[in-house]
Design a protein around this ligand. Structure first.
Ligand code: MEV
Length: 304
């Protein structure tokens, strides 16, 4: 039996913009998906998806998941039948890198079961292949976080650079409970960008400037400023129409309860919101407020 894991992630700045080569900042979170893989008789694969999940998530993603596993197997040159078990403490939902975490976990577990010694870079490439089934044209940011962990500056086609703020900081992620289709969200941006090219060029320019500012203040641990920039980033994401009323509501709840900043995170149109909440006390306050509204809240830290 081979085993492997992949981390969940949070995008702090510039999801969607990152697909067009604009820098983004993201972090792995301390929750992961674990895969176990065993050779079996027959063809294809047998999957036991035992991950905890937002209701409807697994059903909604079943077809993409099937294509994703086939892509990973093909990229790794595996023709044997494999049986896969998925579990771990990352609750499967939109916006938290659940698909990428499972892709990295499966690729690692296959490598382990077949005694193939692949580097992390190669595992990351296999996970990227798998991600194509979920994203269409992924930037690679999710699988990079899932494979390598840590807080990263990421540029599509150039890869990642690790960022180390002076100390770790608490965040809260709030799940709208709405399962979203990342492929559709990415395609929507592409269509609108073609239609409103001039306006979108301005927004994209602003997003690029913001990434560089965010990098500086993050490296200084200036959380007030980081929060302010997250709010600005959320506005840009609203402008390109990837937020949703549920996400905007969670942003409002977080801000009313003292978060330094809050924004949608990941593909949007549902899925997760992230709030910057330095200190255990503020983190708890914001998480409880989200729970009181009936949403799931994930408490974690970045920059560990
Ligand atoms: C999804 O987590 C992030 C997006 O920017 C897509 C991608 O980068 O592949 C929306």
């Amino acid at each position: 039996m081979g085993t492997g894991h992949g981390y969940g992630k949070v995008i702090l700045f510039n999801e969607h913009f990152v697909v067009y080569g604009i820098p983004a900042i993201a972090s792995a979170i301390d929750r992961k998906t674990v895969a176990e893989v065993k050779r079996c008789e027959g063809e294809g694969f047998i999957l036991h998806d035992n991950r905890e999940a937002t209701p409807g998530y697994k059903e909604d993603k079943a077809e993409q998941q099937r294509e994703s596993i086939e892509r990973i197997k093909k990229a790794m040159g595996i023709t044997d039948c494999i049986e896969i078990w998925l579990h771990g403490d990352l609750r499967a939902a939109s916006g938290v890198g659940a698909s990428a975490a499972s892709c990295a976990a499966i690729a690692r577990a296959i490598a382990d079961e077949f005694s193939l010694s692949f580097s992390d870079e190669e595992i990351n490439n296999f996970a990227y292949e798998g991600e194509k089934a979920y994203h269409g044209n992924p930037s690679g940011i999710d699988n990079t976080c899932a494979t390598f962990g840590g807080l990263v500056w990421f540029v599509k086609g150039k890869g990642m650079e690790r960022l180390s703020p002076p100390q770790p900081v608490e965040i809260v992620m709030g799940d709208t409970g709405k399962v979203a289709n990342t492929k559709k969200a990415v395609e929507g941006v592409k269509e609108r960008r073609e239609k409103y090219r001039e306006r979108y060029d301005e927004i994209f320019k602003e997003a690029e400037k913001l990434a560089h500012e965010a990098r500086d203040v993050l490296l200084r641990g200036d959380w007030e400023k980081v929060g302010e920039l997250m709010n600005r980033n959320h506005k840009l994401l609203q402008e390109i129409e990837v937020s949703s009323p549920e996400l905007d509501h969670l942003v409002e709840v977080a801000m009313e309860n003292g978060a330094y900043g809050a924004k949608m995170t990941g593909g949007g149109l549902g899925g997760y919101m992230v709030a910057l909440t330095p200190g255990k006390e503020l983190q708890e306050k914001v998480a409880r407020a989200i729970e009181k509204e009936g949403f799931y809240a994930l408490r974690t830290r970045i920059g560990i």
